[in-house]
Write a protein that binds this ligand. Sequence first.
Ligand code: FES
Length: 179
Amino acid sequence: MADIHAVEPTRRDFLYVATGAFAAVGAGAAVWPLIDQMNPDASVLALASIELDIGSVPVGQEITVKWRGKPIFVRHRTEKEIADAEAVDITTLTDPQTDEARLKPGPDGKVDKQWLILVGICTHLGCVPLAYKGEYDGYFCPCHGSVYDTSGRIRKGPAPLNLEVPPYEFVSATKIKIG
Ligand code: FES
């Protein structure tokens, strides 16, 4: 007589299945360098630029996109974040820069204070800082405790420089071109 329990997967079967799944992930990871080699070479990538529709990012939120392999923070700043960034006495900064110097003009020719565009790489040793964290509600790098403000300027910790502003321009009021 057939044992009806035989068709039900046992815990041991499940463990085998789970192990198989991990093995498949491992194989995928190993294949990546080969596929990666088929991507455009560095000289082509160096020229690459991206256009980004930022109209759907609400005030008070940030998105991260990838450009030339780097994370780019696109932050739609609130009035308070803008005011905080502008109120800073730049003579007190490690890397003195006004907020305005880190922004670009919009299509109307006026500096667009709402949008802060940054390369999301800590200038200390290259970790990716966390947005809306740290004493200034800007960015906090958990690796060694660097704190950046709402303009991406270094305010505390070991990082020597402000977060880099990538080359970008406004194509329209809601579209930017990075690179
Ligand atoms: S890498 Fe960010 S604080 Fe060291």
